[in-house]
Design a protein around this ligand. Sequence first.
Ligand SMILES: [Zn+2]
Length: 276
Amino acid sequence: MDIEFRDVKDSYIRFVVSEANPQKINAIRRTLVSDVPKMSVNSVEFHLGPIMGEDGTEYESVTPLFDEIIAHRLGLVPLPTYLDEFNFRNECTCKGEGCPNCTVMYSLNKKGPCTVYSGDLEPLGSEKYRVKDEFIPIVKLGPKQAVLVYATAELGRGKQHAKFQAVQAPGYRYYPSVRFNYEKLDVEKFDTGCCPEGILEKRDSRIVVTDIEKCTLCKACVDAAPRGAVEVTGDETKFVMQFETDGSLTASQALIKSLEILEKGSSDLLEKLKAL
Ligand SMILES: [Zn+2]
């Protein structure tokens, strides 16, 4: 397989893979969704009873939402993930009790009236674990309402729970090819506006595709032309793939990790087969 990168941003990536097949590309897609690990809040401890303010005001540990809903919302907040620094909690030397090698603790301490945001999560430890998306609303507190919680984040995989899915909307399509048969096509009559992606142009009584990788193989141009005048095909050995991440990992980190997981899976299998 050969990869050419087209657009690489922190949380978005688009690339072209050649000398491949749909099975290989789909294996990458599935690994991205269900196997690439990320940190997420997995347990939340709520303080119960009155909370004293600094000025002596007494607040109730009450919010308009059930504790379960707040815990769920905290779980969905993307947390910065450093894959090299953490073990899975159940595989850690602490035997799952929770230690700095497998968990990150956060506290949340807010008094109403206010809106509690993801940015109010305070990491207990290094500032590098601070949430980057600061303005995800968690709950709105009324007067004399307060929330005090300790949240524990750990590594997990998308196949356990969607909150552990770092990659969103991974998709791929065959590399497109558009050919025009000028014996059947009247260039003057052909409406280039038929293409929803707007990549067709008339130049010197020919039709030109300005950016072939934007073609979605929708075949609107085939329908707009006489039968057999336009042919749109996809190359089954070459693919355009793209995906986004929720910010917990960069797109290139997620792609590298997915390839490492696939490589490890097949080398483990190979070793076992060799031992037979
Ligand atoms: Zn541990």
